[in-house]
Design a protein around this ligand. Structure first.
Ligand SMILES: *[C@@H]1O[C@H](CO)[C@@H](O)[C@H](O)[C@H]1NC(C)=O
Ligand SMILES: *[C@@H]1O[C@H](CO)[C@@H](O)[C@H](O)[C@H]1NC(C)=O
Length: 385
């Protein structure tokens, strides 16, 4: 008999009992888990936390789990591979070992609300089964590794509230499974690249992103429902294609530097748009009348911009509008009387403008209008609308 077969016979004769009890989990996955735990400061591993229960003298995937490996990970149904790491928010401090990329069956990596620091390993791109990558609320720094654009199974990418810098990688459009991106509250710069084609939600608030929103970045995003890009440095005209994205529901572009917006009538009179926040930008010109034609629009803020002219009568006729903020502009004339009739169904503010006869009894008219000297200054030499 060949030596190997002899060895196997010997091995099975003497070690079968052991084999059944032990060595469920692949040895390589166990060594990755050891490296994962070893890269976290022991002093940050609280006795009651999941990681404290990771005791490698027992098998991570053995069942039932009594006192060890009680949480923080999940195994494949056959108990041989680690397929989820979902850490508890226990204040773990440490780096994320690049070796985690060897957990080939991993579908979820969630380290949210801890104190991980250092770079996001570019080797994560090897996790071809990864569906959810959640590193939010840690101290990860450096740039988003461009290699993540090869994560073909990725559905949700949440890197919000870290210290990531550099730009959003190009070729995000290769992420054909991606439905949700949240990059909010980092230090990202540059503009929005071409986006994943099946995206539902895009959030990147509170960064230093700039440039216009380019049509080619959003081309073909027929499922995009939520766009949250407030508190950045976006500028350039916001053109009519944007509000015609067919699934758009919520748009928050407040606290940017948009100078101009083009609001088209909704295509075929139908649109899912519910909420639009364009407050604290640099928008000049008249209040866009076409917003009143969006049948479901119930929240609209264009507060604190440079709008002039009158409030479109159509706004007061809208059946969907519930909250309207036009305060902090240079609007003139009399506000539409319908706003104040019968108690009025619209709340918000028309204050801090140059309006006449805004009834002080209405909450819509607080705060007070601008002093007339400021209004005269603003309209000096310009025709009144
Ligand atoms: C790990 O498990 C072994 C075997 O059950 C046990 O003897 C040991 O005390 C455990 N170590 C810790 C730190 O709990
Ligand atoms: C937007 O900017 C205004 C004026 O600078 C500021 O008062 C407000 O807090 C900002 N809003 C957010 C959400 O940052």
């Amino acid at each position: 008999m060949p030596k190997l077969v002899l060895f196997l016979v010997w091995f099975s004769l003497f070690h079968t009992g052991n084999l059944v009890v032990q060595a469920l989990t692949s040895a390589s996955d166990i060594s990755v888990l050891k490296a994962f735990k070893a890269s976290i400061k022991p002093s940050s591993i609280k006795p009651w936390s999941c990681l404290a229960s990771w005791n490698f003298s027992v098998d991570p995937c053995s069942v039932p789990r009594r006192s060890y490996f009680t949480c923080g990970l999940a195994c494949s149904p056959d108990s041989t591979r680690i397929n989820q790491i979902t850490l508890d928010p226990a204040g773990y401090s440490g780096t994320l070992t690049p070796l985690v990329s060897q957990l080939a069956q991993l579908t979820i990596l969630d380290l949210a609300d801890n104190s991980f620091f250092g770079p996001i390993p570019s080797s994560l791109s090897l996790l071809s089964n990864l569906q959810t990558l959640t590193l939010r609320s840690n101290f990860f720094s450096g740039s988003i590794p461009p290699s993540i654009t090869s994560l073909k199974s990725l559905e949700s990418l949440d890197l919000a509230r870290n210290s990531l810098s550099g730009s959003i990688p190009n070729f995000m459009n290769f992420l054909t499974s991606l439905k949700r991106i949240d990059l909010s509250f980092n230090k990202l710069t540059g503009s929005i690249p071409k986006l994943p084609p099946n995206l539902l939600e895009l959030a990147a608030k509170g960064n230093s992103l700039s440039g216009p929103l380019y049509k080619w970045s959003f081309d073909g995003l027929n499922q995009l429902e939520v766009v949250e890009l407030s508190e950045n440095a976006f500028a350039g005209a916001l053109e009519s294609w944007f509000f015609l994205l067919p699934s758009l529901q919520q748009v928050d572009l407040a606290n940017n530097s948009f100078p101009r917006i083009e609001i088209p009538k909704p295509a075929d009179g139908s649109s899912n748009l519910v909420a639009v926040n364009l407050g604290f930008n640099k928008i000049q010109g008249y209040v866009p009348e076409n917003f009143a034609a969006y049948p479901l629009l119930s929240f609209l803020s264009i507060r604190y911009n440079g709008l002039s002219g009158t409030i479109p009568l159509e706004y007061s006729k809208s059946k969907s509008m519930r909250r309207l903020f036009l305060d902090g502009n240079f609007l003139i004339g009399k506000p539409p009387a319908r706003f104040f009739a019968g108690g009025g169904s619209v709340t918000g503010s028309l204050g801090d403008n140059c309006l006449q006869n805004c009834p002080g009894s209405s909450q819509l008219c607080t705060p007070a209008q601008k002093p007339s000297s400021v209004c005269k200054q603003a309209y000096r030499g310009k025709p009144r609308h």
